[in-house]
Design a binder for this molecule. Sequence first.
Ligand SMILES: [Ca+2]
Length: 153
Amino acid sequence: MEHPNKVPLTQILLLRSAQCPDPYVPLDQALCIYVDPFVGYNYKDTIALCKSHGGDILMIDDCYTLGLVYDFIDSQAVTAGKHYWLGASDEQAEGIWKFVDNRPVPMGTPFWGTTEPNNGPTYNCAILHASYNHQWYDIPCTGTYFPICLRKI
Ligand SMILES: [Ca+2]
């Protein structure tokens, strides 16, 4: 007879895999997220903040992660309705958007807002726009918006 309190191995692995180091919380079985909806930063400071917490500024290049992150933002009143930095820029070459790890940034739908990015050489960073279902809008890198960091479990 099995011990009544015995936890199945699969459940132990599940619990273990969902552990994220503080201040992160699980986004799914593989990813952890840290959102600060209270303190705004410029783009460079957001990159540094996420690095200091062992992760990276938000980078999204697939619809699965996009859905997870947007659902997470919308799941709490305190994180919903705010602008967040995307870890992407066209500072190196105007119109060529790269993530901070140098991967190419997907363009068009469903990532960017309609006709975005469209503001040229002074708008070299991008935010998830609160008023447009988190679609991406180009913006000056010196603006102050909220940070989202991701890291693998
Ligand atoms: Ca630009």
